[in-house]
Design a protein around this ligand. Sequence first.
Ligand code: NAP
Length: 292
Amino acid sequence: MILLDGKATSKAIKEEIAAEVNARRERGLKTPHLAAVLIGEDGASQTYVSSKVKACERIGFVSSLIRKPSSTSQEELLQIVQELNEDDDIDGFIVQLPLPKHIDEQEVLLAIDPSKDVDGFHPENVGRMALGLPCYLPATPYGIMQLLERYEVPTSGKNCVVIGRSHIVGSPMSILLSQNNEPGNCTVTLTHSRTQNLESIVKNADILVVALGKAEFVTGDMVKEGAVVIDVGITRVPDASKERGYRIAGDVDFASVSEKCSFITPVPGGVGPMTIASLLKNTLQAAGDKRN
Ligand code: NAP
């Protein structure tokens, strides 16, 4: 079994980006600038946004964090988005999800200038991704594709099963892995909560991408011998033995599944760090696309 080490791979990618930032500076080009908008006080969102901001600082990007209370109205948020769209110094920005219930997420995502949409959630970027055109790929699927590429995991002709059809993970993964590309060229089955006989479908998977948000859902008995297993899940499971009162669990029972598979991502240290590295890659691309 080979561990798909997202921590080490993301470190290597961040070093490559930092070198590129230096090279840009030497050529007199502007330093890439990523802005993040955080609405409300959700603990997990605060953690995600602060790791994104810290990662920017470490690799030499400029970063801005715009924090607003959960009482922020839709109009106020749309105004912030408009200002970020018009600010020439900002190459890309993200609006951290989920947003408070009174805000229409789709309307906010639609308001983001697609050329600054480094999360890759705008319909223009999603459409371009589906057509295989240049675009900003959503960060988590992009990170998984880079892991597969850098570890030279064979994908062509493989049976791939994706569990979960969210717009940010499962659905784009199914599109990317079925495209005529390398990695890609899989025969993909996209499954969800209405799927019948999930276990027998999973058992046929040469490559299994698990993104449903249920701790340790996939167990060793469900997985084919030699499968490649990508665990996207991040769930806080109460654990009194930990100082913070919980542990982070993936959607895969690592102990039983790792015994059977050829490649597997750990949680933590697998897909999570790759997501941040991909966001930084998209931001560098956004700065490059503006040729400034
Ligand atoms: P989501 O929006 O909650 O979607 C979950 C998907 O799983 C849905 O499509 C749902 O089906 C499906 N599902 C639920 N129960 C199922 C079952 N019993 N059998 C088969 N399918 C089932 O999830 P998400 O945003 O994609 O996130 C999934 C997990 O990944 C979460 O733990 C999240 O924290 C984690 N995540 C991690 C990263 C990272 O960087 N590592 C990034 C994003 C998300 P329906 O569509 O029918 O409801």
